[in-house]
Design a protein around this ligand. Structure first.
Ligand code: ASP
Ligand code: MG
Length: 412
């Protein structure tokens, strides 16, 4: 049995007319001899509507009941889509997360998938040509409904593709694919034909919000080929694949940015064992995600530690740091929300020198000051003043010649 998973986002199932376009995409695969698992999101705006509704009923709705509520959004899409398909005599049925089942942990609102049994789905695929599966949802060991976090149907789709050993997982949305940078910031942004999982993880984690990050982690772990493309045209999108030698030809694949950063600097802390632990463990215990961390070499047993957190968590982070201030010997705690992180990403830089130099020269040319630099094998990130974000993105995009359209074409 040839199985393909096709995921359709909220705007693709927003109304009858849009669902007919989805129907067409599904039928095309059926005509090629595939069984189709169509993973659907809630109709656009529906998840937000339900969240608002909950707030009308309770000042602090419990997350378990919120999940039960939110699951109705995806459920509605699957039932309506099945009806549409059946009108065309296509054997279709709706399937909810708990019916598969998609087993998750019990962190309501941000559950993680533990396992998916494929038996039920494979049995159903003997009787049906199309399964309209509710994305974003699962159930925990107590049979309570759970959801996977906003954008979670991407993860449902990739996880199902892995469980079913599907040939391909197509993610349809209202964008044409993954771009070399945000087209709203840089008009020269180009759609990429292919991107390595690791690059996509970096792009997704830094504001290129095409896919939920978890879905890319799944795709990488289980080697699922993912094709990100538009519901509203037939242009091939971007293929997420394992890194290969061809990719090393290009130094850099994309430029990402993240304005949701705040900087904290601990001035003159003791340079001795245990200080970093005293700073970062309480933050971790409070669930605060720390991004860039920089500590310099010290000469006189005192040093500065600078790190970034998301803007929304700055206040909480400062409160926690305040408690250890004396113990770590900090003479001052500084913070700044007027910062943004701009990152140059590419697996090609693993084996090339000089990439950082090109990036720094480009920023210098525009007189943009770099506050923090951090690097990994495939990424160079610079913290800059927030007002320079767009300029920094554009100048880096140009410096790495990402505006030259890639000629390689792809099969659909
Ligand atoms: N409906 C959910 C959301 O709006 C899940 C999804 O669309 O992926 O976040
Ligand atoms: Mg969505």
């Amino acid at each position: 049995m040839k199985v393909v998973v096709q995921k359709f986002g909220g705007s693709s199932v927003a109304n009858l007319e849009r669902m007919r376009q989805v129907q067409e995409k599904v039928e095309r695969k059926l005509n090629k001899g595939y069984k189709v698992v169509a993973v659907l999101s809630a109709m656009s705006g529906e998840t937000d509507r339900l969240l608002n509704l909950a707030e009308d009923f309770s000042s602090r709705p419990d997350t378990d009941e919120l999940d039960t509520l939110l699951c109705t959004g995806e459920q509605t899409s699957t039932a309506l889509f099945s009806m549409l398909m059946r009108d065309k005599d296509i054997k279709t049925r709706s399937v909810q997360g708990f019916q598969i089942p998609v087993h998750t942990d019990s962190f309501f609102g941000k559950s993680r998938i533990r396992n998916i049994s494929s038996d039920n789905l494979l049995n159903l695929l003997n009787d049906y040509d199309v399964l309209a599966v509710a994305g974003f949802q699962g159930c925990d060991q107590d049979q309570r409904l759970t959801t996977l976090g906003r954008g979670g149907s991407d993860t449902s789709a990739v996880a199902l593709a892995a469980a079913l050993d599907a040939e391909l997982c197509e993610i349809f949305s209202d964008v044409d694919g993954v771009f070399t940078t945000d087209p709203n910031v840089c008009m020269q942004a180009q759609k990429m034909n292919r991107i390595a999982y690791d690059e996509m993880l970096e792009m997704a984690s830094m504001g290129a919000k095409v896919l939920q990050i978890r879905s890319v982690e799944f795709a990488k772990k289980y080697n699922v080929p993912v094709h990100v493309r538009s519901t509203f045209n037939d242009i091939p999108g971007t293929l997420l694949v394992q890194e290969d030698n061809n990719m090393e030809g290009a130094l850099v694949s994309g430029i990402a940015y993240d304005k949701n950063q705040a900087r904290i600097t601990l001035v003159n802390v003791f340079d001795q064992p245990g200080i970093a632990s005293k700073v970062f463990n309480p933050l971790a215990d409070a669930g605060i995600v720390v991004d860039m961390i920089v500590q310099n070499f010290s000469k006189e047993n005192k040093t500065d530690i600078t790190f970034t957190v998301s803007k929304g968590e700055l206040e909480k982070a400062l409160e926690i740091i305040e408690e250890t201030k004396d113990e770590i010997g900090a003479v001052d705690i500084l913070s700044d929300t007027n910062v943004a992180k701009v990152s140059v990403i590419g697996v090609g830089m693993r084996n090339h020198s000089g990439v950082a130099g090109i990036a720094f020269k480009a920023l210098d040319k525009e007189n943009i000051n770099i506050m923090i630099i951090s690097t990994s094998e495939i990424k160079i990130s610079c913290l800059v003043e927030e007002k320079y974000t767009e300029l920094a993105v554009r100048t880096l995009h140009e410096a790495f010649e990402l505006d030259k359209s890639n000629s390689e074409s792809m099969e659909t």
